[in-house]
Ligand binder design. Sequence first.
Ligand SMILES: CC(=O)SCCNC(=O)CCNC(=O)[C@H](O)C(C)(C)COP(=O)(O)OP(=O)(O)OC[C@H]1O[C@@H](n2cnc3c(N)ncnc32)[C@H](O)[C@@H]1OP(=O)(O)O
Ligand SMILES: CC(=O)C(=O)O
Length: 535
Amino acid sequence: MATDFHVFDTTLRDGAQREGVSYSVADKLAVARLLDEIGVGYIEGGWPGALPKDTEFFARARTELKLRNAVLVAFGATRKAGVRVEDDPQVRALLDAETPVVCLVAKSDVRHVSQALRTTLEENVAMVSDTVAHLVRHGRRVFLDCEHFFDGYKADPDYGVRVLEAAFAAGAEVGVLCDTNGGMLPMGVGRVVADVRARVGGRLGIHCQDDTGCAVANTLAAVEAGVTHVQGTANGYGERAGNADTFALIANLVTKMDLPVVPPGCLAELQRVSHAIAELANIAPDDHQPFVGASAFAHKAGLHASAIKVSPELYNHLEPAVVGNDMRILVTEMAGRASVELKGRELGVDLAGHADAIGRVVDQVKVLEADGWSFEAADASFELLLRAQLPDAPPALFELESYKTSVEHWGNGVVVSEATVKVHLPNGDGTAERVICTAEGNGPVNALDNALRQALVGRYPHLAGVSLADYKVRILGWKGGTGATTRVLIDTTDGVGEWTTVGVHANIVEASWHALVDALTYAVRHRSPVPAAHA
Ligand SMILES: CC(=O)SCCNC(=O)CCNC(=O)[C@H](O)C(C)(C)COP(=O)(O)OP(=O)(O)OC[C@H]1O[C@@H](n2cnc3c(N)ncnc32)[C@H](O)[C@@H]1OP(=O)(O)O
Ligand SMILES: CC(=O)C(=O)O
């Protein structure tokens, strides 16, 4: 591992500045543990003294947080203008947090000194020197975030350098150049970092906001120009458009720049930790996030699949497992024969010697997708469709005679749904058993599900342990000028696994029926009876 390189994560400080995020102290402790698992070197936990929750976090961290890889960092500002550092309560709170490292934010742009701090350039430099020296005297390692460094460098480069020199002279270990307003591009970042390196001797770091969509690229440009400390946040959470994504930074540094910045084994935890932190932040994971998103290695285009069939490297920039992710093949209207073949492999369906069946599936999917079907998110329906084309395809579970649903609104405001299904279950000897079941539900689809399940459960007892986990409806627009087409996706679970099926029709109940039939058929054919522990 590159021990002279710092990966500094500020999910719990800058990441918490994202609109809509509000961690409890317990959440913050959990996020810190997760960040430690991916091997970051430093975890900035928050601003003690400014936010009571952060003060409590540091107090609890002392006994509850056992970090294996990371060092905990408290964040705060330099002393106030005109106040002795010993008398500044905010600086006192930084010492009280008892972290080995303190990261101070300081002004390094002359306009911010005069307009925001409303003090002199000399006093701001003194605020930096005094605060750094005070913390170092009290045994802290100190990093200095130079706010608005790049914007300030355009206005007055000498002043930024003066702030950095004062910090290093007072004992700061790292001077972090911050693109606080996030307006930089990689070329500019590289130029400024190289210039500053030529003028100042200490270790430099980089902190990039993502307002131009270049936070990760800007950070890597800074590394190329010589910084050895990078700041990021989990999934890029942060103020406004966010920060450089810690996961993309680590993955790029290790796999593209050959800098082993995390301990062995940590890289493969990136996807898991990314999703776990999204859960704690209460933000749906971004499927399209580089490296760790569910779609980061998902291939839809038929031409891609045909090359991947020869070698996955041809259309993947990285072996997905390196970052804990998986490759997936999507079968849609854009699929060709190779897509179906690879998807078959992924689903464990042997298609060797079945070129005709593959061709029929490609054609069928194109026609169905033109009618609004979508198998991208409905692997279980696709698997049934695929297997139905093979010579040993099993017969349908039942033949439908009819179904009927009703919704009754009683005078007292109660709404009741009822469904009746009439089906014929084959006996295997050419005869069939006619079964009629009626059930109630909280809506017509729920009633239909209950009635169909009742009709089948005598024959397939493990359907009793199967239930609907989610139900999504999408209206696909007007078709033929007569009505909307409805696509229904149903997630079903047996308590062990989950599978998704799809149905499409102008009538929402009929669309749901298709998805329900697939859901139960898949359960019967491809889910083993649930073990007692899960029943
Ligand atoms: C770029 C960044 O993201 S840095 C991190 C920013 N994070 C936050 O602001 C979140 C937490 N912040 C807070 O809880 C509050 O803003 C506090 C507790 C820090 C301060 O609250 P208040 O005392 O009410 O002041 P307010 O927020 O209005 O203004 C900030 C004060 O800090 C001063 N200040 C700003 N930057 C610095 C600095 N680097 N060093 C010293 N003082 C500073 C300002 O001049 C202003 O002083 P004033 O009150 O004498 O005018
Ligand atoms: C310190 C910080 O968060 C910034 O300058 O953006």
